[in-house]
Design a protein around this ligand. Structure first.
Ligand code: GDP
Length: 157
């Protein structure tokens, strides 16, 4: 609906070191900082965007804290950092997992060179909007009309 803005919360999940903070930082500030793990992380960042005519404020939450420190010890990556040639998981394997576990969309992203970052976040918004449309429809069909006159029966008692 034009003019109406919605607040959506997006939570980034994944093992320490996979690149959650970098992804959030790339999307919101359009920057990549290879030393990001040395900084004290923010809990969330807001990004305003328009998707298919819907105005949305996306509040992106990073699961910082203890995980952040784990990433200093064992940095590794899975299904992310597509700018790095060495892979941990094949595209086919990751796509199959997404298909079999709820038919989730799959994006290979790089916070470093910005590949697919905006597309992945925008798809998340599209899916929430699609769910909202469905639940609006459900609410409408389940609505009880208090002022609707009950049907009168032709047979009289
Ligand atoms: P988090 O613990 O999941 O939040 O991961 P970080 O965002 O702190 O990233 C961990 C490390 O991976 C850091 O050294 C980043 O610079 C690096 N990194 C993150 N994203 C990318 C990427 O897309 N490409 C490359 N080459 N390195 C990345």
């Amino acid at each position: 609906m034009a003019g109406k803005s919605s607040l959506f919360k997006v939570i980034l999940l994944g093992d320490g070191g996979v690149g959650k903070s970098s992804l959030m930082n790339r999307y919101v500030t359009n920057k990549f900082d290879a030393q990001l793990f040395h900084t004290i992380g923010v809990e969330f960042l807001n990004k305003e965007l328009e998707v298919d005519g819907h105005f949305v404020t996306m509040q992106i939450w990073d699961t910082a804290g203890q995980e952040r420190f784990r990433s200093l010890r064992t940095p590794f990556y899975r299904g992310n950092k597509i700018d790095i040639n060495e892979r941990q998981v094949s595209t086919e394997e990751a796509q199959a997992w997404c298909r079999e576990n709820g038919d989730y969309p799959y994006f290979e992203t790089s916070a470093k060179d910005a590949t697919n970052v905006a597309a992945a976040f925008e798809e998340a918004v599209r899916r929430v909007l699609a769910n909202e449309d469905r639940s609006d429809h459900l609410i409408q069909t389940d609505t009880v009309h208090l002022h609707r006159k009950p049907k009168t029966s032709s047979s009289c008692c």
